[in-house]
Design a protein around this ligand. Structure first.
Ligand SMILES: [Ca+2]
Length: 401
């Protein structure tokens, strides 16, 4: 609660002092949860097929929340409860196991599971929307509001890229734009792409421009909206095991489908400010009308003159779906080992395997299974340098004496 530090009084000497490291909410309490489950467990076809299904609905109350505070208090947040807040999770878990083939020489088993969860804020406990920063440069990235899942991505929708042919219209708009009120005259309808108050310079060819959702010709905070969900439509896993005579094989997979990921590293690896390494994707950037790139990657600039590129927009949201093979193993059991060793060794199995064999994904970062701000559940789906999973090769022998 208090930490030693130093404080300078009039004579310039540093005196020993203590400072508060955190401010406590004396009424802080537990979150509470109520949950209902409905499950079925079926064995079919002489138990060669088994199905387990579970439907649940859970509600959590008085959620813990790091309320932002003025830093003058000595702390930037205070952990508190959102009184009377209510969040609902409902979903289905389904598990299927099948003995597909079962003969003297050959066995084949397949199992799979799928989980579908839907999260929804039912009551904010009197708070209005909570807009949070989950990434670099303090830009706001997530919104939590009633009727929606927790921590949806919040920002601008990219509408297009400014080209040379837009400049005449932009100049006409610029001529009537009132910079001090950041607005256009009443009744004026803009000719070119909407101008952004976040951009320090007028738009230039190669800049991204955002959707003006309320149609006033200017892009500002009022035009931000939910631009994607960090929550998967479903997650899943499956495994296949087989044996043929003395060989055995096993494999396991898992994955996620339908979630978006914000790669926080993009602010550096895509910024084209000449200050660090970049993705090779920047080679697709706009350079000129004769070298427009792929039409999606904005021009290079230095010092944030093209600030549209650094605001959270759909440009930075990536498809986070993946399928990962977590393990492949092939084994061989030596049948004659007992007689060869005069029963000194009763069983010998040799095996080779690989963990994290491969991942199928469109995600550009190291690992689409991201969870930045451990436990900060208002900012899910942010990758801030998630460490890649190592691929490990195993080779071994299991000896039974
Ligand atoms: Ca607007």
């Amino acid at each position: 609660m208090a930490a030693p530090g130093g404080v300078v009084f009039g004579n310039g000497n540093v005196n020993t002092a203590m400072w508060a490291t955190g401010i406590k909410d004396l009424n802080l309490g537990w979150e509470s949860t109520s949950q209902y489950n409905f499950g079925v467990d079926l064995g079919l076809l002489n138990d060669r097929l088994s199905v387990m299904a579970n439907y649940y609905i859970s509600r959590s109350y008085n959620l813990l929340f790091n309320q932002p505070l003025s830093a003058i208090s000595g702390s930037s947040t205070i952990l508190t409860n959102l009184r009377n807040s209510k969040v609902q999770n409902k979903g289905i878990d389904l598990q299927v196991d099948a003995r597909v083939i079962s003969t003297r020489d050959f066995d084949l088993n397949v199992s799979g599971n799928i989980s579908v969860n839907r999260n929804k804020v039912l009551d904010m406990g009197g708070a209005s929307t909570i807009i949070t920063n989950g990434a670099e440069r303090s830009y706001l990235t997530h919104i939590t509001q009633e009727g929606q899942p927790i921590g949806m991505f919040y920002g601008f929708k990219v509408k297009g890229m400014v080209r040379e042919s837009d400049m005449e219209n932009l100049a006409a708009d610029n001529a009537v734009y009132n910079a001090s009120t950041q607005s256009f005259p009443q009744g004026y309808s803009i000719k070119g792409p909407a101008r952004s108050t976040a951009s320090t310079n007028p738009l230039r060819p190669g800049d991204l421009y955002f959707e003006d959702t309320n149609g006033d010709g200017v892009v500002n905070d009022a035009d931000k909206k939910v631009i994607g969900s960090p929550h998967a439509k479903f997650t899943y896993g499956f495994a296949v095991t087989a044996s043929y005579k003395n060989f055995d094989f096993s494999s396991s997979f898992n994955g996620s489908y339908g979630n978006k990921v914000l790669d926080g590293q993009d602010y550096y690896l895509y910024n084209m400010e000449g200050s660090g390494n970049q993705y090779t994707k920047v080679l697709d950037r706009y350079r000129s009308e004769s070298q427009p790139g792929n039409g999606k990657v904005y021009r290079a600039s230095r010092g944030g003159t093209q600030s549209n590129s650094t605001r959270l927009s759909t440009f930075y949201l990536q498809n986070g779906s993946f399928l990962r093979c977590t393990n492949l193993t092939l084994g061989y059991t030596m049948p004659q080992i007992a007689s060869l060793t005069n029963n000194a060794v009763t069983n010998l199995r040799l095996y080779v395997g690989v963990d994290n064999a491969f991942t199928l994904t469109k995600y550009l970062g190291y690992n689409p299974e991201v969870d930045y701000n451990n436990g900060a559940n208002l900012t899910p789906g942010v990758d801030y340098g998630k460490y890649p999973l190592a691929r490990a090769y195993n080779i071994g022998a299991r000896i039974t004496f």
